[in-house]
Structure formats: structure tokens, C-alpha cells
Design a protein around this ligand. Structure first.
Ligand SMILES: [Fe+2]
Length: 132
């Protein structure tokens, strides 16, 4: 059971933009690692390092995405950047939470829902602009 992946990356999550898909998958991989540690009883120790790692990785990813969208003159760029900022702020808040007994299951659920929702709803909107 410990080898079961929390999120299985599949074709339906791809946007068809190789560098973006690769980075999106990198985040999924990190979320899956957190899930693995929760299953093995180490969620509490790993949740904050995971959030710190994600904060840095996601920053690199968002910079990549925003540069491509700027280049493509994406009309909803500002709104998209605001969504990214909101996520970074939430992650920062969680990673600096003084609560030692943070609920790693809730963090895991939040990460999955936000990330898959963002990719499949918000990011998908810009695809036609990058394909032009
Ligand atoms: Fe995005």
C-alpha cells in the first residue's frame, strides 16, 4: 500500500507545452513524496520541508510560465499572476506556521486540489495563446 501514488500523472493533465508539463509534473512528484511520508508515519517531520521546497520550486515554475505568457501577450496575465501570488502566500503562511502539529493530511489535500485545479482550469486557458 505504501507504494501507491497519491496523484497519478496522466495525459489529461498535460497542456502540450513541454517545459510547463515537466515542471507541473515536478510539483506532483513532490506532493506524492509528502503522501508517501505520511503513509510511513513521517508526515509531521516532512510537511514543512516539503512546503519550503515547493515554495522555491513553484517560484521558478511561475517565473517560467509568466515569462512565456508575457511574451505571448496573454490578455489575462495580471489575473493569472495574482493566482500565483495567492498560492505562494498560502504556502509561505503554512511553512512558517508555528503549530508543530500541523495537519499534514490537510496540507496534502490542499496541495492536490489547488495544483490540479490550477493546471486543469486556469493554465488550460492560456494554451491557445502559447500555440499561436
Ligand atoms: Fe499557472
Amino acid at each position: 500500500m505504501k507504494n501507491i501514488l497519491y496523484i497519478v500523472w496522466s495525459e489529461i493533465n498535460k497542456l502540450g507545452i513541454p517545459i510547463i508539463d515537466e515542471q507541473h509534473r515536478g510539483v506532483i512528484s513532490t506532493i506524492n513524496s509528502l503522501h508517501y511520508f505520511i503513509l510511513t508515519g513521517h508526515g509531521q517531520e516532512i510537511v514543512k520541508p516539503t512546503l519550503i521546497m515547493l515554495e522555491q520550486y513553484v517560484d521558478v515554475h511561475f517565473k517560467t510560465e509568466e515569462a512565456l505568457l508575457t511574451e505571448a501577450n496573454y490578455p489575462a496575465l495580471e489575473e493569472h499572476i495574482a493566482l500565483h501570488k495567492g498560492f505562494i502566500e498560502k504556502i509561505k503562511k503554512l511553512s512558517t506556521d508555528p503549530n508543530r502539529n500541523m495537519d499534514s493530511d490537510l496540507v496534502l489535500k490542499f496541495l492536490k486540489e489547488w495544483w490540479l485545479g490550477h493546471i486543469n482550469k486556469e493554465d488550460r486557458k492560456y494554451v491557445p495563446f502559447l500555440e499561436k
